[in-house]
Design a protein around this ligand. Sequence first.
Ligand code: SF4
Length: 363
Amino acid sequence: MKFTQEFRDAALVHGVMAELRRTLTRPWVLMEICGGQTHAIMHYGLDQLLPPEIELVHGPGCPVCVTALELVDKALAIAEQPGVIFCSYGDMLRVPGSGRDLFSVRAAGGDVRVVYSPLDAIKIAQQHPDKQVVFFAIGFETTAPANAMSVLQARVLGLTNFSILTSHVCVPPALDAILGSPHSRVQGFLLAGHVCAVMGYWEYLPIAARYAVPMAVTGFEPLDIAQGILQTVRMLEQGRVAVENAYPRLVTQPGNLPAQKVIQQVFQVCDRKWRGIGLIPMSGWALRPEFDAYNAEKRFAVGTIQPEESPLCIAGLVLQGLKKPPDCPAFGTLCTPERPLGATMVSSEGACAAYYRYKRMEE
Ligand code: SF4
């Protein structure tokens, strides 16, 4: 497996760790923004290899975790309507809304299907012209191009029974909000390599400069992550603020321009609520008005929904790097992957799920 196995080479990872130990003169707090990186760090035991001076805190880069509770509740309300086929990525089915989830809608007779791409939902719409097919379009910049393409494809095919429930969120405004908080302890960032593969990393340059926080675009294999940490620490130790690219085999500064063009054609920037965190201005994408015909929120009158989060859940603080999962009194007792109280215990990218799965029960 070219470009995979060589980045899992234990000797090379240990070599980077040794260089990191030589570089360090004091403690630093770094945030990995992406939940996929959180899981990779624990899966490969990188957190246990790191020198004790390095503390990793976990960011909000888990699309399932940050999808607003109101939108999960809207998804539930749409999915239970007769004549609807509701399509979603698998992780979303167990995400608790206000008291139930998409699995329980399916158990009660709703037609809720797991798909692997929005184009699967397009196929279902073609096969079932008598049904309304809705795709739950969640995610960061990584999933936006395919979701935008599905809307364009539906228009080309003349489909009148396809729509998307949009919950797109964007990383840079969230990063800005985290660093702007007076409680932030984050001194350096590992940026999400896959997001930067789409969007480039030019958007982070002014944020790094504004808060004097260095950042490194970082991949997902152990050597990539170790390298991203080393580059960030080097900048911190040298008192240098920059955005470096530690994932050059996939990322360029301008990013994927055709993908960005498709996103801009279909979506426009909007304010967006993040689950557990609240509203972050200009942090999401919504369908442009010319695509209203494909907007599930306009097609289905689900009305105003008053969501209710579990009062025990501190996922919002976890997602901002202010607390760690074992700080939550419900962690591993009232809240487990089998009986989750919050989305971060459900998702394959959620920090609570990572701590539970890899048995990091105490900090
Ligand atoms: S352990 Fe469960 S209840 Fe606690 S923060 Fe995580 S998801 Fe929320």
